[in-house]
Design a protein around this ligand. Structure first.
Ligand code: MTE
Length: 312
């Protein structure tokens, strides 16, 4: 068990941890990040913006009908602790991370374990574009067009056994390519996450291989990550190498570190404050606008029935 007294920056509300936002006015902050006029796009954000667009159809079914967040913001302000605890530095530190070739192993309590390579991930499951709201536990949010396919398609192919109740996910562990790992030596690496099988099978749960019509940038979790839009962002694990069906609830990195603050379920709920800050509002990552947080991040109509015993 790692030392739960470790206090990484995102154990504080980001209004307190982002030095820029602590003392700059909103527009100055955005300009300094390169999100609005006059600012320089950082090298990697520019590189991501240069990658060719892939043509996949947008599925209008789940569209929140809200303005998309700026691509530069979504690809320059990242949580990826294997590289850095500084959101703005992740993109500068991902250069050595090799995401091609890549294999995702689908294993555990299933009839048909198999492996997915990059071609399978980007072609075999009829990728589509989906616009989702994304809400971090730190109370910032964005609206992002993801390219991907429902995790349910992988689950269907693997045929989980009747004993399978959960799905666990594991991120690549490559300390030589991930400079943040050595700095957080007490953390229970690799990064792991988990869902109930029912949550994993829900049509909203996406395996994403792209963002804004381009291949997934490394800082956002290339080549494949999970997106579970009704849960806090830490459930949306990046750069996945293993998907495993289990009978018992799997250990996850954040729950292992601090179960009171980062529990397994972690559904977005404005009525349940984080032990150290309110979750009733969220800051849009590019405009800085503060908006009310909604139960299940606005997806209650679709997934609310999975949680009939909600106590709040
Ligand atoms: N996955 C891994 N492997 N490592 C991480 O540090 N951070 C999580 C999640 N997935 C994280 C991760 C958190 S806290 C958030 S909010 C989202 O990724 C951020 O995704 P983004 O950088 O694409 O916005």
């Amino acid at each position: 068990m790692a030392n739960i007294l470790i206090r990484p920056p995102w154990h504080l509300p980001d209004s307190q941890i982002t030095p820029e936002s602590a003392y700059l006015r909103r527009r100055e902050f955005l300009r300094s990040m390169g999100f609005i006029g006059g600012g320089l796009l950082t090298g990697l954000a520019a590189e991501a913006a240069d990658a060719p667009k892939t043509a996949v159809p947008r599925n209008p079914e789940f569209d929140p009908k809200e303005p998309l967040s700026l691509e530069e913001a979504a690809t320059s302000y990242n949580n990826f602790y294997e590289f850095s605890t500084s959101k703005t530095r992740v993109k500068e530190l991902v250069g050595k991370f090799k995401t091609d070739p890549w294999t995702v192993e689908v294993a555990g309590l299933c009839e048909k374990p198999f492996k997915l390579d990059l071609t399978a991930l980007t072609r075999d499951f009829s990728p589509e574009e989906r616009v989702y709201r994304f809400r971090c536990v730190e109370a910032w949010a964005m609206v992002v067009p993801w390219t991907g396919f429902p995790l349910a398609k992988v689950i269907e192919k693997a045929q989980p056994k009747s004993e399978a109740r959960f799905v666990s996910f594991t991120t690549a562990l490559r300390p030589d390519e991930m400079p943040g790992i050595a700095r957080l030596a007490d953390y229970p690496w690799p990064y792991t996450e988990g869902l109930t099988l029912e949550e994993a099978r829900h049509p909203l749960t996406l395996l994403a291989t792209g963002i804004y019509g381009r291949p997934m940038p490394k800082q956002n979790g290339a080549p494949v990550r999970l997106v579970v839009p009704w849960k806090y962002g830490y459930k949306s694990i990046k750069s996945i190498v293993r998907i495993e069906f289990t009978a018992k609830q799997p250990a996850t990195l954040w729950e292992t570190l601090n179960p009171k603050e980062y529990p397994f379920e972690s559904n977005v709920d404005p009525k349940v404050p984080h032990p150290r800050w309110s979750q009733s509002t969220e800051r849009m990552v590019d405009t800085g606008d503060r908006v009310p947080t909604r139960y299940l991040n606005g997806y209650a109509d679709l997934v609310g029935k999975l949680y009939p015993n909600r106590k709040t």
